[in-house]
Design a binder for this molecule. Structure first.
Ligand SMILES: Nc1nc2c(c(=O)[nH]1)N[C@H]1C(S)=C(S)[C@@H](COP(=O)(O)OP(=O)(O)OC[C@H]3O[C@@H](n4cnc5c(=O)[nH]c(N)nc54)[C@H](O)[C@@H]3O)O[C@H]1N2
Ligand SMILES: Nc1nc2c(c(=O)[nH]1)N[C@H]1C(S)=C(S)[C@@H](COP(=O)(O)OP(=O)(O)OC[C@H]3O[C@@H](n4cnc5c(=O)[nH]c(N)nc54)[C@H](O)[C@@H]3O)O[C@H]1N2
Ligand code: SF4
Ligand SMILES: [Mo]
Length: 750
């Protein structure tokens, strides 16, 4: 792998700015990305990109890139130290916390999101070496409630439903703006196709007139936070107006009479009013869903980060279940996955050590973490490894997080940039970027075909940086996780080729079971050296290929792979990605985990919350904080915090607080003016963007802004760091996920 290139070639890789990871081709000028275009050979994205991919150079190159390990000094500033010093001091610092308080008092946050994917796996070995038990990542501030509901309905939290948007007759996006946030491959093309086809229906449920809503056949402009009443009314209409799929329900589900009794408590006129949508519109949308040949629904942050979020996920899923849109073409299905996205099962039997919060999918609820630290409880958390994530900026209540971070005895951040979280850490370790190492996406959520794309590096690591695999290898060695003798037999087998390696692998692990817990690292140590140049860190993919073919032999065979080695070789040889799995629609039923393979319609834990909707009233306006702030909208120039350089949105500023003209007039503010936003937690100042897309009383700020950046042009508005004004208290009672879409606020003239 060369340091720089100017070879006029198009190099295949992917855009790292959202979960879709569209395939792209890049021309290099030295280490700069001179040109970027969609990769037509990528089987999932087929040449599609949005406008953001064209500006990827701002991620790869810029003064934010760290090029040396940093150690915090007594006065709070940072000094550069060598890698040898950093590794030995980080290992010693973590080992000290382990020895004094136990390894379970050190937690891990990150290892996924837009930060990185493939390298996230290697931290597992360091965590095992230290005896760490608790971890979390961004999924535990959005999706864990939904995953838990899947577990209740389908029998396991791993039963993740995916919408077959590419084949559906009726596409519903609930609290989701696919035009900007994507979430499905080629989102803009797909929703335009549905919108333009007179036989297909696009339904958007969103208080804002989003870019997606402008294309919709039906836009239900729900009251912010009103979804539970809206969904309750839709369900009642389905069961009482002969619109449900009775045959499907009789054959495939349990507990329908109980659900019907619960829905009988819904007063349609009252609930429509609470939802803020005329009953006739709700009925029209419900009839359209029921009449369609097929219907697929995508729920996202608009309900997952709003009041009643876990309940909303249940009600949303009942819509497609009652209409028989499960396990069918164009409906919802259970897909395969290449590698695990979350820390695995666990429906909440495990609890956090201090707050006793449910650990769903192996992840601590994000809003609860600061309270696991800021206490005198003997089991409190005392150390942290943060990797490819920026929790002080991205999780609720940044001031509280900063306080928690300062209270931890030892902290280390692995990142490409000096982030807001890194600025509070004892050590910062600079990682090579996602274009300087092998990388892949583990958001493998598609059905009936599912895709995996392993990207080779475009450039050698920036001098001074290491890949996460190498960082964790050095930490594991320093911590004495395993020895050269442990690895010797696998080294020998690797030299003889993949078949010999596969044969030796299980014998060696059988003889030395202790080695198994360091698995991805053992692969990196022993298979890495015989991988193609630059692909050493992709060694873990060998293990995942074996696991996938062993667990889903038929899906793999239908995609053309009879063994783990065949799949692994195909992945290595396909720079545009492969379809690794192919399923007929009825495999969804084989993936059901209830013994009788029937859907359980009633989620007992959420029944009381549903009943409480009758007395709760979302129409009541809070006098002190009359506005509902959607804190974190996806816009043309947001990409979480993967993109730090403000220069990348010079032409698309999009940092302002959106509010409607009516509210602006009442307040006496003009477009571009500054305004103070006050919440119960704090206040901040933003520029104003008057927008017809907002409902009165509803205001919105973009996510991922207000980042510190070296030498930023003062002309460019950096935007607002949202979580300075959100509170850890505002969260779902069950899953602990934040209510970022529903922050009560008032506006004051500056
Ligand atoms: N451009 C861009 N794309 C991204 C990202 C990014 O930062 N930038 N981030 C990625 C990530 S990590 C994620 S999780 C996804 C998120 O993707 P989305 O969930 O689509 O993103 P948001 O814009 O946060 O929220 C979606 C919609 O919820 C609406 N909403 C607000 N309140 C309510 C409500 O009470 N009810 C309903 N029904 N809707 C409401 C908002 O108006 C908004 O249009 O996007 C991904 N894609
Ligand atoms: N108020 C509010 N807060 C929100 C949201 C909201 O809507 N409102 N959205 C939330 C959502 S849905 C999400 S997913 C989270 C996302 O928030 P985080 O999980 O914190 O993740 P990212 O912002 O994606 O940050 C990725 C980090 O990885 C670093 N990075 C990039 N490449 C590499 C690499 O190769 N190696 C390493 N080690 N690091 C790398 C980047 O510099 C950055 O610091 O934000 C959440 N925060
Ligand atoms: S931001 Fe997402 S949709 Fe846009 S090009 Fe990148 S990966 Fe594709
Ligand atoms: Mo997210």
């Amino acid at each position: 792998m060369t340091d720089t290139r100017n070879d006029q070639e198009w190099h295949k890789t992917a855009c790292n700015l959202c979960s879709i990871n569209c395939g792209v081709e890049i021309k290099l000028d030295g280490r700069s990305f001179a040109r970027v275009r969609g990769d037509k050979a990528n089987p999932q994205s087929q040449g599609y990109t949005c406008e953001k991919a064209l500006r990827l150079d701002h991620y790869q190159n810029g003064p934010h890139r760290l090029t040396s390990p940093m150690r915090r000094t007594a006065d709070g500033s940072y000094e550069e130290v060598s890698w040898d010093t950093a590794i030995s001091e980080v290992a010693a610092g973590l080992a000290k916390v382990r020895d004094e308080h136990g390894g379970e008092t050190i937690f891990y946050y990150g290892g996924g999101g837009q930060g990185n994917h493939l390298p996230g796996g290697y931290s597992g070995a360091t965590r095992k070496a230290l005896g760490m038990k608790y971890s979390s990542n961004a999924l535990a501030q959005e999706k864990t409630g939904e995953f838990w509901v899947d577990g209740q309905l389908f029998g396991s939290m791993g039963c993740h439903t995916t919408p077959d948007m590419h084949h559906t007759d009726c596409a519903v996006f609930l609290g989701k703006n696919p035009w900007h946030s994507h979430g499905i491959p080629r989102a803009r093309t797909v929703i335009k196709e549905i919108s333009n086809d007179p036989d297909r229906t696009l339904i958007i449920i969103d208080p804002r007139l989003t870019e997606s809503a402008e294309l919709a056949d039906i836009h239900l402009r729900v009251r912010p936070g009103g979804d539970a009443w809206l969904l309750g009314a839709m369900l009642k209409i389905l069961v009482t107006e002969d619109l449900a799929d009775a045959e499907f329900l009789a054959e495939r589900t349990n507990r329908l009479p109980e659900l019907e009794r619960l829905l009988a408590t819904v007063d349609l006129d009252e609930w429509a009013d609470k939802a803020g949508v005329p009953l006739a519109e709700i009925r029209h949308a419900t009839q359209a869903i029921a009449a369609a040949e097929s219907c697929a629904i995508f729920e996202d942050l608009g309900i997952q980060m709003a009041p009643h979020s876990t309940l909303n996920s249940w009600l949303e899923k009942l819509i497609f279940i009652l209409t028989g849109n499960f396990g069918v073409k164009g409906g919802m299905n259970l897909h395969t996955r290449f590698g695990k996205l979350t820390g695995g099962g666990g429906g909440g039997d495990r609890r956090t050590p201090v707050g006793n919060h449910r650990i769903l999918g192996g992840l601590m609820p994000c809003n609860g973490i600061p309270d696991e630290v800021l206490t005198t409880h003997p089991d409190r958390l005392r150390g942290a490894i943060i990797e490819s994530s920026n929790p002080i900026h991205s999780l609720a209540d940044s001031p509280r997080w900063r306080e928690a971070f300062e209270a931890l005895e030892f902290t280390v951040v692995v990142d490409v940039a000096m982030t807001e979280t890194a600025e509070c850490a004892d050590y910062v370790l600079p990682a090579s970027s996602q274009y300087e190492k092998a990388e892949a996406t583990f958001f493998t959520l598609e059905f009936p075909e599912n895709y995996f794309h392993l990207r080779p590096p475009l450039l050698a690591p920036m001098p001074g940086t290491l890949t996460e695999a190498e960082i964790h290898r050095r930490l594991c060695r320093e911590l004495g996780a395993y020895t050269d003798d442990d690895l010797a037999p696998l080294h020998a087998a690797a030299a003889e080729g993949l078949d010999a390696y596969a044969a030796a692998f299980f014998t060696v692990l059988g003889n030395n079971p202790g080695l198994g817990k360091f698995l991805p690292m053992v692969l990196f140590e022993t298979l890495g050296p015989v991988m193609p140049e630059g692909m050493e860190t992709a060694a873990a993919i060998w293990g995942l290929s074996q696991t996938f073919v062993a667990e889903e032999p038929e899906s793999a065979a239908r995609a053309g792979y009879a063994s783990g080695n065949e799949l692994f070789t195909a992945i290595l040889d396909s720079p545009s990605g492969v379809a690794f799995s192919s399923d007929p629609y009825d495999t969804t039923w084989e993936r059901m985990r209830h013994d009788d393979r029937k859907i359980n319609l009633v989620v007992d834990e959420l029944v009381d919350e549903f009943r409480s909707l009758a007395s709760e009233d979302p129409r009541v306006i809070n006098d002190e904080f009359p506005f509902i702030l959607a804190a974190g909208e996806r816009r043309s120039s947001t990409a979480n915090t993967a993109m730090r350089d403000p220069e990348w949105r010079r032409k698309h500023p999009t940092t302002g607080l959106r509010l409607c003209a009516e509210d602006a007039e009442k307040l006496g503010v003009e477009d571009g003016a500054k305004i103070r936003i006050v919440t119960k937690r704090g206040e901040t100042i933003s520029s104003v963007e008057i927008s017809d897309s907002m409902r009165p009383g509803h205001i919105s700020l973009p996510n991922g802004q207000g980042l510190s950046y070296p030498d930023a042009d003062p002309e460019i508005d950096l935007g607002v760091s949202l979580n300075e004004i959100t509170s850890i208290e505002d969260r779902d009672w069950f899953a602990g996920t934040p209510h970022h879409k529903h922050v009560r606020a008032r506006l004051e003239l500056v």
